[in-house]
Every structure is written in C-alpha cells, then in structure tokens.
Design a protein around this ligand. Structure first.
Ligand code: SF4
Ligand code: SF4
Length: 91
C-alpha cells in the first residue's frame, strides 16, 4: 500500500512526534515558519507522484500520534480515482 500525507502547517506546532514515529522517515521539519511562529513538519514526498518511489505506506502512525490532529493520510493505488482518506478528524 502506498500513501501520502498532508500536514496542515498552520495547525502544526513543530513538536516532531510524527517525525519520531514514522517508520519510513518521510517527515522532516520545514525551514519556513508558520504564522504562529513554529517550524511545522513537512512531508518529504509531497511532490512525488511516481508510486514506484513512494515510501509512505499510509500506516497512519503519524496522524494518530499528532496531538494537534494536523495530519491527513491518503491511500493511493495505481488508479488515483481509488484514493481513500483516513481522516481522524472525521472519525
Ligand atoms: S503514514 Fe506512516 S509511512 Fe506515511 S508519513 Fe505517516 S508514519 Fe510515515
Ligand atoms: S506531530 Fe503534529 S504538531 Fe507535532 S510536528 Fe508532527 S504534524 Fe506538527
């Protein structure tokens, strides 16, 4: 299963917990401050669209760990129309 995450950079407080738990090490701290003055987390594979090199497995560990519910996880298949979301905010 391939995946992708979206981090709401304005909700993120840059605590780094998601970076610690990601088994694929696909999250890093951004060099740009958000409007609240934090350096938010950033998904390394944000602009990667080739599923062959995507490492994120959509395991959701980052999303369930985030105390600020700033991460949405998406599962992707070869047919992008099958994309599903695992949004903890909707559960
Ligand atoms: S869903 Fe899993 S593999 Fe993907 S960025 Fe989050 S913790 Fe890492
Ligand atoms: S766990 Fe949440 S608040 Fe902490 S750095 Fe990651 S996205 Fe930001």
């Amino acid at each position: 299963m391939k995946g992708r995450i979206e981090i709401d950079r304005e909700r993120c407080k840059g605590c780094g917990l998601c970076i610690t738990v990601c088994p694929k090490k696909q999250i890093e701290i951004s060099e740009d401050l958000n409007t609240k003055g934090y350096y938010p987390a950033r998904f390394k594979e944000e602009h990667v669209r080739d599923l062959k090199i995507v490492k994120c497995t959509a395991c959701s560990l980052c999303a369930v760990t985030c105390p600020d519910v700033a991460i949405d996880v998406y599962r992707e298949s070869k047919d992008e129309s099958e994309e599903t979301t695992d949004d903890p905010k909707e559960g």
